[in-house]
Design a protein around this ligand. Sequence first.
Ligand code: AMP
Length: 505
Amino acid sequence: MSRYDNRSGDPSSYRPRTDSSLGTTGFEPPRSKKEYDSSSAPVVSPPKKIDLLDGLTHFEKNFYAESPSVASMTDEEIEAYRLKRQITVEGKDVPKPVREFRDIGFPEYVMQEVMKAGFVEPTPIQAQGWPMALKGRDLIGIAETGSGKTLAYLLPAIVHVNAQPILAPGDGPIVLVLAPTRELAVQIQQEATKFGSSSKIKSTCIYGGVPKGPQVRDLQKGVEIVIATPGRLIDMMESHHTNLRRVTYLVLDEADRMLDMGFEPQMKKIVSQIRPDRQTLYWSATWPKEVEILARQFLYNPYKVVIGSSDLKANHAIHQHVEIVSENQKYKKLVDLMEDIMDGSRILVFMDTKKGCDQITRQLRMDGWPALSIHGDKSQAERDWVLSEFKAGKSPIMTATDVAARGLDVKDVKYVINYDFPGSLEDYVHRIGRTGRAGAKGTAYTFFTAANARFAKELIVILEEAGQKVNPELAKMGRGVPPPPTGHGGFRNRGRGLGGGRSWN
Ligand code: AMP
């Protein structure tokens, strides 16, 4: 029995989408506008019911044939492999994991791209997620960005598309990927382009903050894969630039993040417009109650695969340092820290607010630091430019709000600095997870104030789990002792990586 059972419940209890509560067509009936209103989320008008039932044709979704070498794996071998790669599974008839690329049976045109990318073996989420996805069943994947999860759903999506009738004029996409941010959507599309081009699969990215014209043109030309943020997609659907009648493979990427961002009404509205017998792949880095509740509404008899522990856990390749500071010490501490660590490597600095982000960035630039900032109020063109400058190393310091915390796959971020502590431990883990990627080591520095005391206990659990020393002042805060008025126990005292020089106290 899986150790996550008590957390997630029995996946077989997930409600079939043809449940009577969904009405005769299997679609959720239109709801009152009030139900879609939420103080934190933009107002969304109720979905217009689309009656697809008459036009529903059968479609193929099971493409999996177990290879002889996978079939011959014994239960002990399967268990040992899952244990070694920290894979936990739930669900009925879970397929065996696939240890090598050649055993998954992807078509030659997909394998060529995988080989070209130089990958040696499937990542854990791919080893277990590919056979699950290829079997055509719904899937809950609990895995971080950086785990190879994009290809875990994209390569089966490519196989799926190639088995469907070609698009007719006016058809919408066959695969829809919903993502929380423009940055993640763009990144997913880059992978879709790279791995889909050999079979001439077209994809486009639909996100807000940029002119609609080029996106409308892509949609009108016909694209098999659409990667979209929820708001702009609804806009495109309502203005009849696309429709979801052909969608048979739906991916919700970073569902937890989409919920955090208040997209639940939009997600429900979009999903209600897709045929109920679609295949749905639901991805999340975390598994809080709200994420599970939404999964129950969208999925039918899913597999669940968890990579690593479903407890919140930081990447062990990251050195984590926490310094207790007061609010007004932060800027000086930041500059001192950067003087110590700055060697041209990429440094990502997180702030709470867009205003704070702008202010600190301006100050840093006035003080001669090569910093640029990225947050939700910047135009898309500016965000793209800042990101490319950062990626290219031309501007090695990037300040950001949480918009950049998840999903970004920037190679070689050496340091993450939490100038402001985030609003949740999940965000903490995701922010620092921007470093220490793809086997590299990384370092995270976090300024922690008395106002953050409520997070002390959980932060200590994360630090201890990752084998990090806990700053004694933080330990005291975890026991409910308030910090001294000026911060003690600075990074220097941790004796890691900062060399001699200025004192931190
Ligand atoms: P993701 O979790 O999708 O953001 O993936 C993180 C990075 O891992 C991306 O740059 C992928 O191209 C890369 N990646 C995906 N699959 C593999 C694999 N099997 N081996 C090595 N790298 C991979």
